[in-house]
Design a binder for this molecule. Structure first.
Ligand SMILES: CC(=O)SCCNC(=O)CCNC(=O)[C@H](O)C(C)(C)COP(=O)(O)OP(=O)(O)OC[C@H]1O[C@@H](n2cnc3c(N)ncnc32)[C@H](O)[C@@H]1OP(=O)(O)O
Ligand SMILES: CC(C)C(=O)C(=O)O
Length: 563
């Protein structure tokens, strides 16, 4: 990079529009959408689509709900020509869908283009020429009046050819290519030339399409340009004002949104932002942005993953994992505070109410995504996400202090592995920590018990250091009886038990917090069994083993009845 970029790059001149109206406008209805996946998107691929892939993409675009689809540049490519003919000859175009075909403003190309859509019930012929100073001077060698005459001549030629085929309902689309780099009065002259040559008026609309062929300014500048054109084009009521934003500065979506506020009625773009260089504007993002404002975009993205896979297959280009709405990671929270807020948001949510789950701008279910991968665990995760996953996948609910303790165990694993912890790994860590406890050389192993009918006297079979022990104890309940049987000076600070699943074979999860006053603080242990008492005994034994791992003596030998 150079030290003084101002020597090399010029800033854009702002538009003089002191009374601009667009900043206070709100988009309350969707624009007419035009998909250019099969034209601008296709011309930007390593390997442009063949006819089969184009048909597949076309059918998907129709299914999504596009009513206007730019299907190709038939005068430039035989594949495009054959594809358009196949759509028409095989009657693949629904009655409410209009094909658009593009051509440069050259008579030979216009002829072939109009010919390509012969027999279509309706068609848009799209012609363009670049209007910006560098193109006028360097590419075409034309003055502005010469350019205006050039547009007039070619639009009249389209009119002549299309008038001769009244079986098709024709619309003209004219684009001053590089509009955002063109002086506004020159753009206006170019567009008015097309409007007049087409005979625009009642029953004969024209589409004026204003592109940021190369995005070159902040979106507010584009919005000013659009509002200026919106005010000056005439007869405005017969002009469908359209925008065609590219994304060179990464602000294609913003440019399109502000342009709609400034008067654009139609937007051209591609699925997931495919297209030349940094892409055309992403129609999916635009549409779902509208949806999250409560405005139905009239495009159906309820199966966004399915659409993404078809787009990837047809274009050969992968979608970035962080691409808005569709990326594999956009409904995933790794960081602890986000996980915590999302978990609480889901718990507090009224399924019939307004969507207010923190950090999630849209309900993933509305676009066919599930909550499965919503919360994932890595070294940045806190107890919120960890407990959410364990609860969702295993029905495990932990008391708060145990959540805090367990999250630090998980953090150690995540730090050590330097990778994400899967749901299965999380369960293994939980199981190793609380259910299958071991303390080196001194693990108490539970074998069975017999509880008296009154639930207050127990006989307990355990082994310790390879020796079997039958212990007996009493208490005001099974837990107290077990503690008594073991003969240990422990205190049970917390006990809870709940089913981890429903039905007759439901498993009970018991959680115990046992403290060994003066030696080791407290430790949690858990037990799972279809029998509630067994689960509780296991929980006590596991808590004791965790205390033993911290150095507490496990004194079963003292109580040994039958060794
Ligand atoms: C911004 C966009 O995305 S616009 C769409 C761009 N897409 C494409 O260009 C893909 C399809 N195009 C093509 O395959 C070719 O350009 C073809 C087949 C249409 C024409 O090919 P060629 O006849 O070889 O012309 P070539 O591509 O070199 O174009 C250059 C000529 O077209 C002229 N030209 C360029 N754009 C236009 C236009 N919009 N209207 C009229 N003439 C134009 C140039 O001035 C140049 O003329 P010159 O030869 O008299 O100097
Ligand atoms: C032909 C025009 C609309 C175009 O594709 C562009 O300017 O990007």
């Amino acid at each position: 990079m150079i030290q003084e970029p101002s020597r090399k790059y010029r800033p854009i001149s702002p538009v003089r529009l002191e009374d601009r109206q667009w900043p206070s406008k709100v988009i309350s209805s969707p624009p007419t959408w035009l998909s250019t996946d099969l034209r601008d998107g296709n011309q930007a691929l390593f390997e442009p689509m063949n006819v089969e892939r184009k048909v597949r993409m076309f059918q998907e675009l129709v299914r999504i709900g596009f009513k206007e689809i730019e299907v190709g540049f038939p005068s430039a490519s035989q594949i495009d020509y054959d594809f358009v003919r196949r759509l028409i000859d095989e009657d693949l175009v629904p009655d409410d869908v209009t094909l658009m075909v593009i051509t440069q403003s050259r008579t030979d190309l216009i002829e072939k283009t109009v010919d390509a859509v012969k027999g279509a019930h309706s068609a848009i012929v799209h012609i363009y020429n670049a209007t910006a100073p560098v193109w006028r001077e360097v590419v075409f060698g034309m003055t502005v009046p010469e350019m205006v005459a050039f547009i007039d001549r070619h639009v009249r030629y389209v009119k002549e050819l299309t008038d001769a085929r009244p079986e098709t309902r024709w619309t003209l689309q004219y684009s001053p290519e590089c509009f955002s780099m063109t002086e506004l009065d020159v753009s206006l002259q170019a567009c008015q030339a097309a409007i007049e040559a087409w005979g625009t008026g009642p029953g004969r609309d024209i589409i004026i399409n204003l592109p940021t062929t190369v995005e070159n300014a902040t979106p507010n500048v584009f919005a000013d340009q659009i509002e200026w054109m919106h005010r000056h084009l005439t007869p405005r009521e017969h002009v469908i004002l359209c925008v065609h934003p590219h994304n060179d500065r990464g602000t294609g979506v913003a440019a399109a949104e502000l342009a709609m506020m400034a008067g654009a009625q139609r937007v051209e773009g591609c699925l997931f932002g495919n297209g030349e260089r940094s892409g055309n504007v992403d129609i999916v993002t635009l549409a779902l942005n509208l949806y999250t404002q409560g405005v139905h975009p009239k495009l159906d993205f309820s199966d966004i993953n399915g659409i993404a896979r078809i787009a990837e297959e047809c274009t050969g280009l992968p979608i970035h994992p962080r691409h808005p709405y569709v990326g594999d990671l956009v409904f995933t929270a790794f960081s602890g505070s986000h996980q915590d807020a999302i978990k609480k948001g889901f718990a507090a949510r009224d399924p019939n109410g307004v969507w207010e789950v923190p950090y999630l701008p849209i309900d993933p279910a509305d676009i066919g995504r599930t909550y499965d991968s919503l919360i994932r665990v890595n070294s940045q995760s806190g107890k919120g996400g960890i407990t959410y996953l364990l609860e969702r996948e295993r029905g495990i609910q932990m008391p708060r202090r145990m959540q805090v303790e367990f999250s630090s165990v998980v953090q150690q694993h995540a730090d050590a592995s330097e990778s994400e912890i899967s749901g299965q790994q999380l369960w293994t860590i939980f199981s190793d920590t609380y259910l299958q406890t071991q303390s080196e050389g001194a693990t108490l192993v539970y074998y069975g018990h017999r509880l008296d009918d009154d639930g207050q006297s127990i006989e307990l079979d355990v082994s310790f250091r390879g020796q079997h022990h039958r212990l007996s104890g009493n208490g005001n309940g099974p837990i107290a009886a077990v503690v008594d049987a073991l003969g240990l000076p422990i205190r049970i600070d917390h006990y809870e038990e709940r089913a981890t699943s429903a039905g007759a074979q439901a498993q009970a999860l018991a959680i115990v917090e046992a403290a060994w006053p003066g030696i080791a603080g407290s430790a949690f242990g858990a037990g799972i069994s279809t029998n509630i008492v067994t689960a509780s005994v296991l929980a006590v034994v596991n808590a004791i083993n965790r205390l033993a791992a911290r150095g507490c003596p496990v004194m079963v030998e003292a109580q040994d009845a039958t060794a």
